[in-house]
Design a protein around this ligand. Structure first.
Ligand code: PDD
Length: 287
């Protein structure tokens, strides 16, 4: 079954999908993106993801490439044309194509819009959650505006590659005070000895994850208390549980940090109950 991508108004074979060499996304990472989970034929939390896309675009003064009403229809169509029942849908908007110059191109330059979708194996995710993942820590070296979901992800690429080379699945950035900010592509959480969820406030230094926001709703439903505060690597290593959250991992247990086991080295029960309840609480838009 050939994959289909949406590129600037056209549905094209994925193998032939391309953008111009002077696209500002290619040359300057002058663009933003979103990743939505597709689960059991539904796009998960699409309105929240598109709301954050709107915020990212507006923070960077990039125009909407299509109307806000049309984008959900394109997402659905790409998911449908690729027969994705479980997987993800990816949306990227850049400032468009213009002769290379750092300053913004002339008003009226059309932003580029690319939408792709791909399948994932839900059994593999279940297996991974049963085993748990390992994280390493790396010094925070990103710019100050990580609240914008920009395609400028080089520090994240390097951090996650370092994790892979250490046989870990995620890297946690750690700020100058020894406090965890977030993962290379996820938010960071711990569970304290008395069962309270702790995650860094989203005002500064992290992306306000959509999964993170929905997990607040899940925790409220389960009666689990959340404290939004910074936590250190030392506290995380001594925590009862630790986990990451993102659209593609939901709540994923961490069993080791920098090679040291978290608690007994097995996925924690609070994390697994959040994971279990997630899809009952998340908003599901039919694809
Ligand atoms: N990443 N922090 C960072 C740096 C991220 O890249 C992501 C998501 C998150 C979690 O956000 P959300 O819950 O909205 O997925 C936090 C996506 C999945 C990616 O880049 O592939």
């Amino acid at each position: 079954m050939p994959r289909i991508a949406y590129v600037n108004g056209r549905y094209v074979a994925h193998a032939d999908a391309s953008v111009h060499i002077e696209d500002r996304g290619y040359q300057f990472a002058d663009g933003v993106y979103e990743v939505c989970e597709v689960a059991r034929g539904f796009i998960v939390d699409m309105p929240r993801h598109l709301g954050r896309l709107n915020r990212s675009l507006s923070e960077l003064s990039i125009d909407w490439p299509v109307t806000q009403a049309v984008l959900p229809l394109i997402l659905r169509e790409v998911v449908r044309r690729n027969h994705v029942v479980n997987g993800l849908v990816y949306v990227q908007v850049t400032r468009g194509v213009a002769s290379r110059d750092f300053v913004f191109p002339a008003p009226g330059t059309r932003p580029s819009l690319v939408v792709t979708a791909r399948k994932a194996d839900p059994a593999a995710a279940i297996k991974r959650a049963e085993t748990g993942i390992k994280v390493i820590t790396v010094p925070e070296n990103r710019w100050d505006r990580v609240d914008i979901k920009s395609t400028g992800l080089l520090p994240n690429v390097l951090a996650k590659q370092k994790a892979k080379e250490a046989d870990a699945q995620e890297a946690w950035f750690v700020d100058g005070d020894g406090m965890v900010t977030e993962g290379g592509s996820s938010n960071a959480w711990i569970v304290t000895g008395d069962g309270v969820l702790v995650t860094r406030p989203a005002e500064h230094g992290i992306l306000r994850g959509i999964t993170r926001t929905t997990l607040f709703d899940v925790a409220a439903k389960l009666g689990v208390k959340i404290e939004e505060r910074k936590f250190s690597v030392t506290e995380a290593k001594a925590a009862r549980e630790a986990f990451i959250s993102s659209a593609t991992t939901i709540a994923m247990p961490i069993v080791a940090i920098d090679g040291a086991p978290v608690a007994n080295g097995h996925p924690g029960s609070v994390t697994l109950s959040l994971r279990q309840a997630f899809f009952d609480v998340a908003e599901k838009s039919p694809a």
